[in-house]
Write a protein that binds this ligand. Sequence first.
Ligand SMILES: *Cc1c(COP(=O)(O)O)cnc(C)c1O
Length: 372
Amino acid sequence: MKIPFLRPKPPPLSRARGKLQEIEDSGVYSNFGPKNTLFEGRLIEEIFGGLGHCTTVCNATIGLMLAIKAVDTGRQSTGRRLALMPSFTFAATAHAALWAGMTPIFCDIDADTWLPCARSEEEILERFPGEVAVIVPYATFGAALDLERYLDLSKRFGVPIVVDAAASLGTLDETGRGFGTGFPFPVVFSMHVTKSFSTTEGGVIYASDPELIWRLRTMSNFGFGEPRRATMPGLNGKLSEVAALSALLRLDDFQSSIARRVALYEHYQNQLDGFVFQAQTAKRQAHQFAPVLTPENVDPAAISEALTVAGIGHASYFRPHLSEQSYFQENSIPLPIPVTDDASRRCLSLPMYEDMIQDEINYVCEVINTAV
Ligand SMILES: *Cc1c(COP(=O)(O)O)cnc(C)c1O
């Protein structure tokens, strides 16, 4: 049995010829056209309960770059300007801060939830007073962060927040609302083909503040606050109409696809003894794959080897973590982060795709349990 790590299944555009025809008939291919407008409207209604605003972007990395720039008050304009984030995340988070002229500083994570550790964040904010220009927490693997805590942190330290929620589109918070609902700062989601909200490339920035979303949208269109006149920083971060159509089609079957992923995840949980699963913080998490930590006394490389021999695709998000990667080592403030080091050493990302069947998970777990 051969099992890939992921088998992305974005909406089949070849079966949406009529809708593609509509784009051609409209003559509008980008620049917030009718498909994009329809998608943004539906997203707010169907995921965020009609509360707040959003603007699409061509991918979440550009979304993070725009968001970090947009919330930057320039307060710490002399000397170092630090972007506080976990090292247990994807390269995009740190790159986005560096593009905004900031220096990443990495906090540790919580051992159970793998989310940024509150104590570690506060220690850094206290140790570098006035130097942290933005906090960029990552909602690890589609989890829900405690956004109330970040609002409080922002007030106490006078620092804006940008949430890297790349994998959390469709995750429900504790109260059952779409993760991010009502948050005044930018929450950046990815619609990359490998994420659970799978399109081709794309992203969306959510915030409850309409002014901020208008600004982000303007920044993503060359900063043209007036016709053909740049009035603020800008770049081209727009989503094409074809990509917006893909996102619209995704919305149609999204709830059932998340439910499917939750069922697959639970099937893994029931069969892997001694492996550590992420402590859940969401009422429903949009699982992209099944991340686990190998048991303390087991060599992760041996498990990986056994999976490879059995023809089972897998990955190791996030090994190496950011502060182990040379470019970020050269361009960040190094601090000890022992929990991250341990989780990163033991992490193993197991296969998941929507048409995966339970027998395939049984096989993966059998191979792993045998190797242990
Ligand atoms: C996927 C991902 C991104 C980047 O999203 P793109 O849409 O591919 O640019 C950023 N941060 C994290 C944590 C991610 O997992």
